[in-house]
Design a protein around this ligand. Structure first.
Ligand code: AMP
Ligand code: ZN
Length: 495
């Protein structure tokens, strides 16, 4: 069965086939880097990760581009407030986004591109739209898209904009959800705020033009998949379609994939309700990155995920169960031979996992298959019915699972430790729970041990005892410590 995906544009589940050979070109709207990402953002990024991992597992080559929105009204305001440039302001949060993605085993896209590196190209696209009559300049030097000239406006969000007034405008990214207005492509500069000099004059881009420019630059005028959270359907993605298709006259994106919004304890996440969590908040409360990833993946992307702390505890138990199962397979001295029944179970699980994911990325179905296998094989092993010759096939099923779910590798402690160190460096010691401190301590080697080994390593080299120095280097590497030779001697860092 080929992969089937729900396409927001057609409002149907469709068989997926790439436009070109075996290559899948996909774009995902990335983070706006004015703060740390919250678990709602990461719910969407994990959905995208699931999709890209499954496409690769299905034999496709994937070219996945993600933008980093490192300029918008809020960023410009905050940077001006702090008296730093936009780039200086966003650097920390861009880095934090990557660290959080790593903590959750989210693969990096093939290209992660910054809006601020593409301002001239955005201005050029706007100039092109003006040339074709789809955009106009206002007296202050801003530019707007003329939606009355694009009759298909509304086709993604299924909104009927007939009878809208030509020339009514919005210049903020916060949009009136029911009324179409000509939207800002380019904003004239305000005193004291970041600006760029371009062929269409000075100013800064609107948010929507960013994604049209960068997606088409790297993926072509028509590409396969565009993803984001459901909040982006309107106006952001509707506007991307208008800008891109007005310019090229071609269909911009073939499949639009949108994930449902995450709720927390049944409510919309918001700072004022006190139910707003970043990945770091949860780790500091004592939760493992693998539990967070598991929970965010366990509900299919078109179903509403209600994030609860009970759910997080259950996710931790599920991960534990899977890890224990793998350990059992690797360490138990099973009797010689093979069992047809177990071989059948392995095959059935592998097939069901694949058809579950083919079914519009139904992660719950795939997980159901794996947990059935764990239950059945554990029972068979207790009864002495699992043989040495079955183990490889079972481990291969777990490998197939791990390629997508990525929770079996037990590296939580080192990640928690890194978060603890971050919290200390930010003066957030009081936020570190006792559980987190305990978990972090379990990380392979404490700094003091590393220092001791590094000193021993240097000493061994000085004595030309290379067998010893190599052995220490290997031990450190096993614990995720990398040694670097610098002109000031050996330095170490954690991987
Ligand atoms: P932002 O950093 O706000 O530009 O958002 C980055 C991504 O996270 C976008 O794809 C949003 O649609 C998505 N997103 C934001 N909030 C949530 C939420 N509560 N649930 C799921 N996705 C979200
Ligand atoms: Zn976007």
């Amino acid at each position: 069965m080929p992969l089937e995906l729900f396409n927001t544009l057609s409002a149907k589940v469709e068989e997926f086939h790439p436009l070109e050979d075996n290559l899948v070109r996909m774009y995902a709207c990335g983070p706006t880097v004015y703060d740390y990402g919250h678990i709602g953002n990461f719910r969407t990024f994990i959905v995208v990760d699931t999709l890209r991992r499954f496409l690769k597992q299905s034999g496709y080559q994937v070219k996945h581009v993600m933008n980093v929105t490192d300029v918008d009204d809020k960023i410009i305001r905050n940077a001006a407030r702090d008296g730093v440039t936009v780039q200086e302001y966003t650097k920390k949060y861009r880095q934090a986004f990557l660290e959080d993605a790593d903590a959750l085993n989210i693969e990096h896209p093939e290209m992660l591109v910054n809006a601020t590196d593409h301002i001239q190209e955005m201005a050029h696209l706007i100039a092109g739209l003006v040339g074709k009559g789809y955009a106009y300049r206002t007296d202050d030097g801003s530019y707007y898209f003329r939606i009355a000239k694009f009759p298909e406006y509304g086709k993604l969000s299924k909104k009927d904009f007939a009878g809208m007034s030509d020339g009514a405008r919005v210049d903020v990214d916060e949009y009136d959800k029911d009324n179409a207005r000509d939207f800002a492509l380019w904003k004239a500069p305000k005193p004291g705020e970041a600006r760029w000099e371009t062929e269409i004059g000075p100013g800064r881009p609107g948010w929507h033009i960013e994604c049209s420019t960068m997606s088409m630059k790297y993926l072509g005028e028509s590409f396969d998949i565009h993803c984001g959270g459901e909040d982006l359907i309107f106006p952001h993605h509707e506007n991307e379609i208008a800008q891109s298709e007005a310019m090229t006259g071609k269909r911009f994106v073939h499949v639009w994939v949108h994930s449902r919004f995450l709720l927390v304890e049944g409510e919309k996440m918001s700072k004022s309700l006190g139910n707003f969590y970043t990945v770091r908040d949860l780790i500091l409360k004592g939760h493992k990155p693998s539990s967070i990833r598991f929970l965010l993946m366990s509900v299919p992307y078109r179903k509403q995920l209600n994030f609860t702390f009970d759910g997080l505890t259950q996710a931790a138990n599920s991960v534990e169960r899977l890890r224990n199962f793998k350990l059992r397979l690797e360490s138990e001295p099973f009797p010689e031979g093979t069992s047809e029944a177990i071989a059948g179970t392995a095959k059935k699980t592998s097939d069901e996992m694949r058809s579950g994911l083919d079914d519009d990325l139904n992660t719950a179905r795939a997980l159901g298959a794996v947990f059935d296998m764990v239950r059945d094989v554990n029972a068979a092993a207790d009864a002495g019915d699992v043989r040495k010759g079955d183990v490889l096939a079972l481990l291969q099923v777990l490998q197939q699972f791990e390629e997508i779910f990525a929770v079996l590798k037990d590296d939580d402690a080192a990640k928690v430790r890194a978060t603890v160190e971050w919290a200390k460096s930010e003066g957030l010691e009081d936020k570190i729970s006792a559980e987190t401190a305990e978990l972090g301590k379990a990380a392979s080697l404490a700094d003091a041990d590393v220092e001791r080994l590094v000193a021993e390593h240097s000493q061994a080299r000085k004595m030309r005892d290379f067998a010893r120095s190599d052995a220490i280097r290997a031990e450190l590497a096993e614990n995720g410590i990398i040694l670097e030779n610098t002109k000031d001697g050996v330095r170490w860092k954690r991987k």
